[in-house]
Design a protein around this ligand. Structure first.
Ligand SMILES: [Fe+2]
Ligand SMILES: [Fe+2]
Length: 158
């Protein structure tokens, strides 16, 4: 089967799950071995920031505008989602600027994890059902667009 057998919501949710695993691993290391794992936590934090930056960008460029057009009553939810993206970007910038892993980065990463958990829950529980109901035929082609853009952005970042 082609890769875009996955629909747009499933593709975005796969990203959510991958980032969730990184947050869990970060928190585990921060608790279990705060001194020895500083280098690993630093790397995980940078991966989280990169993944979320690309994820937010493909949502903002492709998924949110398509949903906004197809489902006018999603506008308020989308406005709120975009505000949450901006808050996440501010935290991401602080994490990227905070240098090596330690208590300060741990606190920022934990705060980002909480914000993202809340945001993802809204996408899953409110936005994705609206997308599935309001633009069912578009979700396959949208997944293909999202994947192409994601790969281009990740290649540019590497
Ligand atoms: Fe998302
Ligand atoms: Fe989002």
């Amino acid at each position: 089967m082609p890769m875009f057998d996955m629909d747009a919501c499933e593709l975005l949710d796969a990203d959510h799950l991958a980032v969730k695993h990184l947050f869990v691993e970060y928190a585990r290391l921060a608790t279990a071995m705060p001194q020895e794992s500083a280098g690993d936590r630093q790397q995980i934090a940078m991966r989280i920031c990169e993944a979320l930056t690309v994820h937010a960008q493909i949502e903002e460029e492709i998924f949110y505008p398509a949903l906004r057009e197809a489902v006018p009553e999603a506008a308020d939810l989308l406005d709120e989602a975009e505000e949450e993206h901006q808050q996440a970007k501010d935290l991401i910038a602080r994490i990227q600027a905070s240098g090596s892993a330690g208590p300060e980065m741990d606190e920022l990463v934990a705060e980002l994890a909480r914000e993202i958990e809340h945001h993802v829950k809204e996408e899953r529980d409110e936005l994705f059902p609206k997308a599935r109901a309001g633009m069912p035929g578009q979700l396959g082609p949208l997944a293909e667009q999202l994947r192409e853009r994601q790969q281009a952005l990740m290649a540019a970042a590497a």
